[in-house]
Design a protein around this ligand. Structure first.
Ligand code: ZN
Length: 580
């Protein structure tokens, strides 16, 4: 028998140390298993390593004009479930964020010029804050109107070309020097006022060097070989402006939980020619369980294709089942992607040669979608959805509808029935709106079939009411957006078929579930026939007739604006925000 009063404390400590060593040995051997960051203390580590930025959109100082502009945005903190990360994954984050910050600095130069000089010159704190959100003095969600006195119109070529350069001057010079039209060059004037191309890795040598070093440092902690390879090749790409090898490696990596999209990527900032890529970065954490569900849905596409409510010839193509579609939490946005309204889905790479060799990857940013749901869709429902149906507006249904939309792009047909053309080629400028409309309606069709077949649990009423509320959100994008037009078409088509009714006493809309199924099938057939027939005239007429905002709907949209329901979001973000 042991007498507790006589235990030797040194011996106890030795035993305890031994027991602890045995217990923790497996963890130390498999440093990359998920969940050990909790024991390591990822949150504490991150909050000690970094800071956060929080745009002040509820500012009480500053002009009324400036505060009015800010109030179109609402703020949301970017974080994720840190207990999912390994210690090494956690240790990568400060390096990835530091690399992303360099893209922030490059984008300021591409979009405006000297950031600090601009911000220091603004006395009104509200307008200074708005300039940060816009990366310059032009209102990105307000048609790029200048919001500071003495600032002219935004140059179409942003700061990527000399502001005094004309199109004609550029085109003449580009004949002799094709580098001027390069994707990865800045155009400046040399000492003799002639146009000159400077490669990004020279124009932004400091930033690129630092970002490259940080990616290299992050690679040291990468346990996933695919991720390590990508980070090392991307570090090289930033120094050479040759992104192709790293884009290939990016498509090859499949099992990584940590994801970073970084570099000079999209060309929207160049509204003059669309030649120049702008700097941006996303740091993302993959949602492994959603990603698994999505690949299962993709495998069901052939079965769903067979069940489409159209004659056989309109569903004769076999949908591909190898989708690279994943869900993520975004934990950092930098540069181009953080300017103005926020991206909630990414489809990359843009390099056609990589697309042909490896396809593309679609990335859905779940927490950013949650922000738009909580801060925009729920308030919209509070005004426009019948009170007893509001409980069916749920994030799961919203996210599900969005994901099914993405998978549903794979259904239907890509070529016209007579084989003369692709659907896209035949329908020209109407192709995108119709394709987006197809994906929306077939997304709803998919979820209804999957619930019917017992492949998916859920209450279809949630998907339907959330779908209806989503139409009001997306109609606000306006007729200049393919998504906006697709939603107007659906609103009018559904209205005609009685899929919803409006109660004039309360100014709310109510879904009629049975009629919505009928309308869904009818709209599916309408769109797939137009696509299969490559019927350009028919689509033009359909869009003309249905892509409108009727007076009553406009009055209801005005009520949303009057109620101050925000148009978009800004992020409270940084290592400390992730750890908070
Ligand atoms: Zn789409």
């Amino acid at each position: 028998m042991l007498d507790s009063t006589r235990i030797n404390p040194t011996i106890v400590m030795k035993y305890l140390a031994l027991i602890l060593a045995v217990l923790t040995a497996p963890l130390m051997l498999t440093g990359c298993t998920s969940g050990d960051a909790d024991a390591f203390g990822c949150a504490t580590f991150l909050s000690e390593e970094g800071t956060m930025t929080s745009p002040d959109v509820d500012m009480t100082e500053g002009s009324e004009f400036g505060r009015g502009l800010l109030s179109q945005f609402t703020s949301f903190r970017l974080t994720t479930d840190l207990s999912m990360l390994s210690e090494n994954e956690c240790r990568m984050l400060p390096h990835l964020f530091a690399a992303a910050d360099q893209m922030e600095s490059i984008f300021w130069k591409q979009a405006w010029g000297n950031r600090d000089e601009l911000l220091d010159s603004i006395d009104d704190p509200a307008l200074r804050e708005y300039a940060k959100i816009n990366y310059g003095p032009w209102d990105r969600i307000g048609g790029n109107a200048p919001f500071l006195d003495g600032i002219g119109d935004k140059p179409a070529g942003s700061n990527l070309y000399p502001p005094d350069m004309s199109k004609a001057e550029f085109e003449a010079a580009a004949v002799a020097d094709p580098e001027l039209a390069g994707l990865y060059t800045m155009v400046v004037r040399d000492a003799d006022e002639r146009l000159k191309a400077i490669p990004y890795h020279e124009a932004f040598a400091d930033e690129m060097q630092r970002a490259s070093d940080e990616l290299g440092a992050a690679a040291e902690y990468a346990d996933d070989p695919g991720l390590k390879e990508y980070l090392m090749l991307r570090a090289e790409a930033l120094m050479t402006s040759d992104y192709q090898p790293s884009d290939m490696a990016w498509m090859d990596m499949k099992d990584n939980r940590i994801e970073i999209v970084i570099g000079t990527i999209e060309t929207y900032e160049d509204a003059l020619f669309g030649y120049k890529a702008a700097a941006e970065a996303f740091v993302l954490i993959k949602d492994m369980s959603w990603s698994e569900r999505l690949s299962r849905y993709a495998s069901l596409l052939p079965m769903l294709q067979e069940g489409l409510p159209v004659p056989p010839e309109y569903k004769q193509e076999t949908p591909g089942t190898d989708s690279d579609l994943n869900a993520y939490d975004a934990i950092y946005y930098a540069g181009d992607t953080n300017a103005g309204s926020k991206t909630i889905a990414i489809n990359l790479p843009n390099d056609e040669q990589v697309q042909l060799a490896k396809g593309t990857r679609r990335l859905q940013l779940k927490n950013s979608m949650q922000a738009k749901f909580d801060k925009i869709l729920v308030p919209i429902s509070g005004l426009l959805i019948a009170e007893d149906q509001r409980e069916y507006v749920t994030f799961d249904a919203f996210f599900g509808n969005t994901m099914f939309h993405e998978v549903a792009h794979g259904l239907g047909i890509k070529n016209t029935l007579d084989g003369s053309s692709t659907v896209r080629g035949a329908l020209k400028e109407h192709a995108s709106a119709l394709e987006e409309g197809k994906a929306d309606i077939l997304g709803l069709y998919m979820v209804s079939k999957l619930i019917e077949e017992g492949e998916e649990e859920g209450d279809l009423r949630e998907n339907m009411v959330t779908f209806l509320a989503g139409i009001f959100r997306s109609v606000r994008f306006g007729a200049s957006s393919a998504h906006g037009r697709a939603n107007m078409i659906r609103f009018n088509f559904f209205s005609e078929m009685g899929a919803f009714t409006r109660d004039d006493a309360t100014g709310t809309y109510r879904a009629d579930y049975d009629k919505m199924i009928l309308a869904m099938n009818a709209l599916t057939e309408k769109i797939l026939r137009l696509q299969g027939d490559g019927d350009y005239e028919g689509v033009a007429q359909f869009v003309d007739e249905y892509a409108r905002v009727p007076q009553q709907l406009q009055a209801d949209l005005d009520r949303l604006a009057d109620a101050g329901i925000p148009v978009d979001i800004v992020f409270e973000q940084g290592l400390a925000a992730v750890a908070k």
